[in-house]
Design a protein around this ligand. Structure first.
Ligand code: KG4
Ligand code: ZN
Length: 342
């Protein structure tokens, strides 16, 4: 079945077509992404109303482009998947309406997809895909969660951030250092020129049992160091490197703890922060002695995209899930409420 996927939960318009009849790693027929980052950068963050208007402008051209690139006519499409939440309500509605209307016109089912399930399943687009069960670390701008995953829709929350998400912490640190939005990639880029040991930042919640995270204290520690340290040429780079080291170290140690507690060896990383190179490198080193294995989406599919939505929707449509004609989106939506597939 060929499924058209539409992602509009935040500041990227993503459209893709996935075909599950093709061999593993080859099912993605075409994908397009339009990022609104330049538009929001002037404001230092996403402006929801501008995001919605821009999705409306881009959706039809992107769907056309993807259909042409995949060599598809409407009759080749078996279903349409769209991100129904969590995210910005107005932005979600643009994609939901587009998907629901196309599905109605083309007489195919539409399927609402949970954005974080999309992220979680993105590594399954790859030829080297992880088998179930595995532990997943979801690290995006809005979420930091450790999950035990026994199948699609079989999610057990092991731990999550009690305050800021990991990506949010990167973005806030970037902002306090006058770096561009979105901050994650900027902090990571500057960190390469800095000394990760210049500042001894806390590794929050490692001294306590459990798998929850907290990043707000770390963020405050960076702010205090910025204010109390006299300026020197490398200061910003050193702050970035030391912050990144503390954040990455915290994420990795919680992942190892989760593997130990579940007795599993496979670890999936997904969401925008999983693009972070230091995280990938240090995690590989940490897993070596344990015989653990890490799986990631391709770099283009770590951050928001349509491919992961097409993939997740396809799995649920295959299992017979269908949505009615209503258009409903959920700004908040716990992933553990999703029905199990199979
Ligand atoms: O998954 P995503 O595209 O959107 C959400 O669903 O939130 O994640 C975006 C987040 C942003 O906070 C961004 O700063 C962060 O991912 N990010 C990174 C990197 N690339 C993106 N954080 C650290 N290092 C990176 N290389
Ligand atoms: Zn996302």
């Amino acid at each position: 079945m060929r499924v058209l996927g539409i992602e509009t939960s935040c500041d990227e318009t993503g459209v893709a077509i996935f075909d599950d009849a093709l061999p593993a790693g080859e099912g993605l027929l075409a994908h397009r992404l339009y990022s609104q980052i330049d538009m929001h950068a002037d404001y230092g963050g996403v402006v929801p109303e501008l995001a919605s208007r821009d999705h409306i402008r881009k959706l039809v051209p992107l769907v056309r482009e993807v259909m042409t690139a995949a060599g598809c006519q409407p009759q080749d499409i078996g279903g349409i998947a769209y991100t129904a939440g969590p995210g910005l309500a107005g932005a979600l509605l643009t994609g939901a309406l587009m998907a629901r209307s196309l599905a109605y016109a083309w007489k195919v089912p539409a399927i609402p997809v949970h954005h974080m399930e999309g992220h979680l399943l993105a590594p399954l687009l790859e030829a080297r895909a992880p088998g179930f069960p595995f532990v997943a670390l979801l690290v995006s701008g809005g979420h930091t969660q450790l999950m035990r995953v026994d199948g699609i829709g079989r999610y057990q929350l092991l731990g999550e951030s009690i305050d800021d998400a990991a990506g949010e912490a990167f973005d806030k640190v970037a902002k306090m250092l006058d770096l561009n939005y979105p901050g994650g990639p900027e902090v990571a880029r500057l960190a390469l020129q800095g000394n990760p040991e210049a500042f001894a930042f806390p590794r929050p919640m490692l001294d306590r049992p459990g798998l929850d995270f907290s990043f707000s204290g770390l963020k405050t520690a960076v702010l205090t160091a910025r204010n109390q340290t006299p300026d020197y040429p490398q200061k910003t780079a050193d702050l970035c490197a030391s912050f990144e080291a503390a954040a990455v170290d915290t994420l990795i140690r919680k992942c190892l703890r989760a593997l130990k507690e579940t007795g599993l060896k496979r670890l999936v990383l997904a969401g925008g922060v999983s693009a972070n190179r230091k995280l990938r490198h240090d995690l590989a080193e940490a897993l070596k002695p344990l015989g653990g294995e890490a799986f990631y989406p391709a770099p283009a599919f770590c951050t928001d995209n349509g491919a992961m939505i097409a993939y997740a929707g396809c799995q649920r449509l295959r299992a017979g899930e269908r949505a009615g004609l209503e258009v409903s989106v959920k700004a908040r939506w716990p992933m553990t409420e999703l029905p199990a597939v199979g």
